[in-house]
Design a binder for this molecule. Structure first.
Ligand SMILES: NC(=O)C1=CN([C@@H]2O[C@H](COP(=O)(O)OP(=O)(O)OC[C@H]3O[C@@H](n4cnc5c(N)ncnc54)[C@H](O)[C@@H]3O)[C@@H](O)[C@H]2O)C=CC1
Length: 486
């Protein structure tokens, strides 16, 4: 490995790296080679306690700073992230296996966007004045929640650390962030940069560990909120654990999102959307549109053009800027996805492209397309979280919408059509938190992102995120003598 990926220490607490080798070792494996490139240790109870105490100790003073002051620090951190984009992108590629051509434009840059956006917003987070009869009034204060716990998935380690940290900190909260044990490296850099930008010690802390460490953080009495990005089963556990203390939650969970392509769609755009929504990050994206419903008249043309475009896949060394398709994050994840492909074949779906593990080093799996998929097949019901697209055929708009919504998930949905009114009808009808017209999978910080139904609670990004990192205090001000019954 030509890059120095071993962090200074496993955890970042109160403004500095902290080690405790008594914690279980976690090996970081580079998905391109299968080799161990770093080792960190899971947080012991003493480390978790130290991080929570640091966040707790720092919170009141951080909240007492003006929004302008907090925002300046976040915006400075955004600038540092952009200056170091190359190194941060290399680290993201080492952690996840995603190609550098992708991480250079989608990870530290997206994290910097969040820091800049919420940094800019920090000073605008205010209450309101509510006039009442007789000159009385109420004013509200929008106050931070306190110590927030962030728990991340492995597919976007830098982005998730920032999407949670930036709004939390902008609102005057402090954070203890636990990255996924599969990708523990990038969040440490986010903590380092925030500190360098002027965040006081304890404002943003990182501790490593498996699920058990995450679970231990949630129920700590010092914690006011937990924000998780992860799978639905983990979300159910975390939500239930948070309920014990009636803690606030944000849950960014999994999906099985539909893309609906009508006969009148621009074929090239529809194919591009399906590629973005199934093969970007080797298919390891929560909002992927893995059920591609194509209207009967366009199915053959769609599959032909898709197959042609898949000839342009460059699978290989993530550090080569020509590579546009990397390995999967881990051998385990590849095995899980391979099992889904085998199930699809056994169920009788028509394999149109890929389906195999290439004979090479690294956790690669070919981009895979199934056609003639029916709604009852596991291909169409289960979140696969890998490069597997299922194409389903439909006839009418009513049918497409009904079938698109026939899932317990509700993260994203897209429609491809040139018919303006149909596009908006479909968008209104989708049971999903994040919808697209004639594209799929874009997640700019200005737009709310999150799921309905089993895909989540709350929203990240945009002004909406502020709702989930603050609470409103109403203050009644009497301007008249107090009237009492006796
Ligand atoms: N909606 C969204 O924004 C996104 C959702 N995801 C979802 O994440 C999943 C893939 O990521 P994974 O890391 O495999 O998910 P996962 O659910 O296995 O783990 C997520 C995180 O939760 C922690 N965790 C596990 N059990 C826990 C417990 N009992 N208490 C507290 N923390 C616990 C893990 O250590 C990890 O940090 C997919 O289902 C995907 O759809 C991924 C990216 C974005």
């Amino acid at each position: 490995m030509p890059y120095d990926t071993q962090p200074t220490a496993s955890h970042f607490i109160a403004g500095e790296y902290v080690e405790d080798t008594a914690g279980d070792p976690i090996d970081v494996v580079y998905p391109y080679t299968g080799k161990v490139i770093a080792r960190v240790h899971a947080a012991t109870p003493a480390i978790a306690d130290r991080a929570l105490q640091a966040a707790s100790d720092a919170q009141a003073a951080w909240a007492a700073m003006t929004g302008t002051e907090r925002g300046r620090i976040l915006r400075r951190a955004a600038d540092i992230m952009r200056e170091r984009n190359h190194d941060l992108s290399v680290l993201e590629s080492c952690d996840t296996g995603k190609p550098l051509s992708e991480t250079t434009v989608a990870d530290a840059t997206s994290g910097a966007d969040a820091l800049e956006y919420f940094g800019g917003m920090a000073a605008t987070i205010t209450g309101e004045h509510i006039p009442l009869a007789g000159g009385d009034f109420v004013y509200t204060r929008r106050e931070p929640l306190g110590v927030c716990v962030g728990i991340g998935a492995w597919n976007y380690p830098t982005q998730i650390a920032c999407w949670k940290g930036a709004p939390a900190l902008a609102c005057g909260n402090t954070m203890v962030f636990k990255p996924s044990e599969t990708t523990p490296l990038c969040a440490l850099k986010v903590a380092e940069i925030l500190t360098e930008a002027g965040a006081p010690p304890g404002v943003y802390n990182v501790v490593q560990g498996m699920g058990a460490v995450g679970a231990s953080l949630i129920t700590d009495p010092r914690v006011a909120k937990v924000s998780l990005t992860g799978s639905v089963p983990t979300g159910q556990k975390v939500y239930a654990a948070a309920a014990e203390g009636l803690r606030n939650v944000t849950m960014e969970l999994g999906g099985k999102s539909p893309q609906v392509v009508f006969d009148d769609a621009d074929l090239e755009d529809a194919v591009s959307g399906a590629i973005l929504g199934n093969f970007y990050s080797t298919g390891q994206v929560c909002s992927n549109g893995t059920r591609v419903f194509v209207q009967r008249g366009l199915v053959d043309a769609f599959l032909t053009r898709l197959t042609e475009r898949l000839a342009d896949v460059v699978m290989g060394d993530p550090m080569d800027m020509a590579t546009n398709f990397g390995p999967m994050v881990s051998a385990r994840q590849r095995d899980l996805v391979e099992a889904c492909i085998a199930k699809g074949k056994a169920a009788g779906a028509r394999l149109v492209h890929g389906g195999n593990r290439p004979d090479r080093e690294g956790f690669f799996l070919e981009p895979t397309v199934f056609a003639d998929v029916t709604d009852d097949m596991a291909l169409a019901t289960d979140e696969i979280f890998g490069p597997v697209m299922s194409v389903l055929t439909f006839d009418t708009e009513e049918e497409a919408l009904r079938r698109a919504n026939a899932t317990p998930y509700g993260l994203a949905a897209s429609v491809f059509t040139k018919d303006l009114t149909r596009a908006h009808r479909m968008a209104a009808g989708f049971e999903a938190g994040t919808c697209y017209i004639n594209t799929h999978n874009l997640a700019p910080v200005e737009a709310p992102f999150g799921g309905s139904k089993m895909s989540g609670v709350g929203r990240e990004n945009s002004k909406a995120a502020i709702e989930f990192y603050t609470q409103i205090k109403g203050i009644y001000v009497a301007m008249n003598p107090v009237e009492a019954p006796f």
